[in-house]
Design a protein around this ligand. Sequence first.
Ligand SMILES: O=P(O)(O)OC[C@H]1O[C@H](OP(=O)(O)OP(=O)(O)O)[C@H](O)[C@@H]1O
Ligand SMILES: O=c1cc[nH]c(=O)[nH]1
Length: 175
Amino acid sequence: MKKRTILDEAQISRSLTRMSHEILERNKGTEGLVFLGVRTRGEFLADRLQQKVEEIDGVTIPTGTIDITAYRDDKVTDTEALEEAIDIDIPLDDRHVIIVDDVLYTGRTIRAAMDAILNHVRPSKISLAVLIDRGHRELPIRADYVGKNIPTAREEKINVYLEEHDNANEVVISE
Ligand SMILES: O=P(O)(O)OC[C@H]1O[C@H](OP(=O)(O)OP(=O)(O)O)[C@H](O)[C@@H]1O
Ligand SMILES: O=c1cc[nH]c(=O)[nH]1
């Protein structure tokens, strides 16, 4: 199997810095914004975006996690798991929730994340930030903030490695 690095540590960091600037520009600041990172790696990317925004603007955007396991369209799960999918210590009603994930592919994960959010609360808006958009959507979903668009073949695989989870900072494509 052939492997190729698409983003190294510095490139990941630069992409996240640019995305932070875009988030601040398009929203005219941080008012009402909340980051929800899709577990597992979206959680760490949301934390990194939170930190970058703090460095740029001096404001800490409330940040939590979302575990979509119970909301996958190929699974039937109990009510408790559905209730516990979101972990954040502020109410999300009337907030602008920015979902954060590492890879956007078919869009099914994000569909599940939106289900999980809307099952609980009524945000004023939901946006999506992803480090990698590799195409091949199976649902009408698009990202608002993208680190890098990578055209891929279906049989290829993108792996995102993050220090907090994988002891490395790298995005790799396997052909
Ligand atoms: O748009 P989709 O087709 O839903 O694909 C994107 C999702 O796939 C990956 O998760 P994966 O299920 O591979 O699990 P992982 O996060 O444990 O790698 C990735 O982290 C995204 O959440
Ligand atoms: O290539 C892929 C597809 C979905 N999710 C990933 O993390 N990589």
